[in-house]
Structure formats: C-alpha cells, structure tokens
Write a protein that binds this ligand. Structure first.
Ligand SMILES: *Cc1c(COP(=O)(O)O)cnc(C)c1O
Length: 371
C-alpha cells in the first residue's frame, strides 16, 4: 500500500479538468510571460493575505532576496533570524551582502525564540527575519515591539505558512513585507517554481517589481542593476485554480494533525508539535522529535520498510552548516535547542486528504518501532 509524505497526484486528480483547461488556455493563447493570469494571481494573493500589494516572482528564495534588496539591506548589515529553517532564508540575507545572526528556537514550535532577540542586536542590525516554520506563525507582537524600539525592519519568511493566522491576521500581512514560495510541495504549490511578495508599502512593492525586471521602469531603460525573476503565466493559471481550495486543504492538514495528537499522546518517546493559542497553524509539516538521533533513525527505518514517507526536517541546524564557516569573522554560536533537533526531528505524513485509517497505520508502525 504505502502512504506518501505528500500526495500531489491526488491533488492533481481532484482538480484535473480545471487544471487541464487552465493550462490549455495559456498554451493556446501563447501568452507565457506576464499578462492577465499573473496580474490576477497577484490580486488574489494580496486579497487572501490582506495586503495592499503582491508582486509575483520566480521562487520563494527570490522573493526574500528581492525584499532584502528592495529595502536597501546591504554589505555590513546584520539580519537576525532562526537557525532552524530551509537554507534559502540565510541565502537571501547573504546575497545582498548582509550577515545572518541567529537566535535559538523554542522547543515544541521550533520557531525563533523571540525573547532572545534583544541580546543579539548590535549597531549593525537592520532587520529581523522570522520564519513561520512548519506552518505556524512566530509570536509576532513581542517581536514587532522589539523591532520598533530598535528601529528595525521585519520581513516574514512565510514560505511554509500560507493561510496561517496570528491573532486573526494572515501570515504575509504581519510585518513590513513577506515572502511566499509556490514550490510544488508547499501548501499552495504550482507545477514548477514560483514565489510572491506581499506588502502594504507601495514604494517597496514598486521597487521589488523593478528589481525583478532588470531594474527597468521603461522597456530597455535601466535605473539600476536588478535581476530576472518572473512567475510564468502557466504557473499563475495553475495557482488561480488551486487557491480557492487552499483553506479546505489547510483544514484537512490540521484535522490530520489533531488525529496524530490524539493517537500519539501516550507515547513518551515522541515530542509532539506544540500549537500556540494565538493563531492557526497550516501544518506544512507535522514534525515529531525523539530524545536521540538513534530513536529517530529506528522509527524512520520502520516507516521506510512499511512504505510510509518521512524525512528529517532538518538534519543539521544552519549555524552548523559548512557554508557558514566561509563567512568573514564567523563565530559559531551555541544554540542548544536547535542543536538538539539535529537528526531527531522528522515528518509524519499529514497532507490534504489523508484518512484516519492512514494515520492509524502510520501510528501503528511508529509504535511498533518503539516496542
Ligand atoms: C521553500 C522555502 C523557501 C524557498 O522557496 P523556493 O521557492 O524553494 O525558493 C524559503 N524559506 C522557507 C522557510 C522555505 O520552506
């Protein structure tokens, strides 16, 4: 039988007729770059997130980079972020010449520990980049309060959190600007790469748009050096079909997470994800943690044998990555909570459409591995 970590084929079959019609429409009109579909998805995402503007681009990494560049963050600046995220977060900081500064994470949510931010602020700090990891928002109010007191700009890496809420507001509308990814495995995924920036700041939106189009304000006239970062019309068309289903899909993920919570509650060997009261997680991933890497490896091996999808998120915290050693004057911080996750935090299948029976099967295999 087997249970995948994420069932993208089922998602396609659910919407096959609409998706086929939408992609066929783009093919027959041969309008591949820009055009009405891209404009429509920008408007739809801005409306969904509750922001004034959305600027589509090639992927989530570019969305983060364009925001950094658009804000004028540059060489010598420091950006405070989390070590427990996908590497793209720090690449975006690095690609404008700035340096990532890490604070440790909270146990249970795996989000950056906001209480540790103030201690690492220096006269070089320009920005804070919270990452809403695994689909749950960072505790933004105290973070924004610190940012305001120190005159820092806040940029959300919301790539895993489209649809998540914090005190009634959606991820993407909680700070100066936010980045989303439409990578196929994200909660709203296209059929390739895609990304988008959300913001209420008209000037920043215009600047990001210009930087994504070779620094162009008028065709073949360039005000500055930008890059090429576009969302294809085909991807926009696919996203327009999928977006109306996002809330339902996110709800199905949350329902799956609730069933895991119920069935795994008595298992002392597993630390289950902590859901904070201030908002709704969209469970991009359902992550459990073991005391040691050996126990994680044992469970994951049993899952593999049973044909159940799993993966480590993340095997190695970012401050311990080799790339960091190449930063000038890099001093590796000690971040014990993040380090305790190395090779010990992994995903259980939790995708839209997963059934109670499938979850029971996963739980049986997990319990069998621990028996
Ligand atoms: C996926 C992801 C990104 C990068 O998005 P891409 O579209 O793959 O470039 C950035 N940050 C986080 C937290 C992500 O999960």
């Amino acid at each position: 039988m087997g249970i995948p970590l994420l069932d993208l084929k089922a998602q396609y079959l659910e919407l096959k007729d609409e998706l086929d019609a939408a992609t066929h429409d783009v093919m027959s009109n041969a309008a591949f770059i820009g055009g009405p579909k891209v404009k429509a998805i920008e408007e739809a995402i801005a409306a969904y997130c509750g922001t004034e503007y959305a600027v589509a681009c090639a992927n989530g990494t570019d969305a983060l980079f364009l925001i950094m560049a658009g804000l004028g963050i540059t060489r010598g600046d420091e950006v405070i972020t989390t070590p427990f995220t996908f590497f793209a977060t720090v690449e975006a900081i690095r690609h404008v010449g700035a340096v990532p500064v890490f604070v440790d994470i909270e146990p249970g949510t795996y989000n950056m520990d906001v209480a540790q931010i103030e201690a690492v602020i220096t006269d070089k700090t320009r920005a804070i980049m919270p990452v809403h990891i695994f689909g749950q928002c960072v505790d933004m109010d105290p973070l924004l309060e610190i940012a305001e007191r120190h005159d820092l700009v806040v940029v959300e890496d919301a790539c895993q959190a489209i649809g998540a809420t914090y005190k009634g507001k959606r991820a993407g509308s909680l700070a100066k600007a936010a980045a989303f990814s439409f990578f196929p495995s994200k909660n709203l995924g296209c059929a390739g790469d895609g990304g988008i920036i959300t913001t209420d700041d008209a000037e920043l939106a215009a600047r990001c748009r210009k930087l994504a189009q070779h620094g162009t304000s008028k065709k073949y006239y360039h005000d500055e050096f930008g890059t090429n970062s576009r969302l294809d019309s085909l991807q926009a068309a696919i996203l327009l079909v999928k977006l109306p289903h996002l809330d339902s899909w996110n709800g199905q993920r949350a329902a799956g997470a609730a069933i895991y919570g119920e069935l795994l509650a008595d298992l002392a060997e597993l630390e289950l994800p902590v859901a904070r009261e201030y908002g709704d997680s969209v469970y991009h991933l359902y992550i459990v943690k073991t005391e040691t890497p050996e126990v994680a490896a044992r469970i994951m091996a049993a899952m593999g044998e049973a044909g159940i999808g799993t993966a480590l998120y993340y095997p190695l915290a970012l401050h311990e990555q080799e790339a960091m050693e190449k930063l000038p004057n890099w001093v590796r911080p000690s971040l014990p909570v993040a380090e305790s996750c190395n090779n010990s935090t992994f995903a259980l299948p939790c995708f839209p459409g997963i059934t109670r029976e499938q979850i029971e099967e996963v739980v049986a295999v997990v319990k069998g591995a621990l028996a």
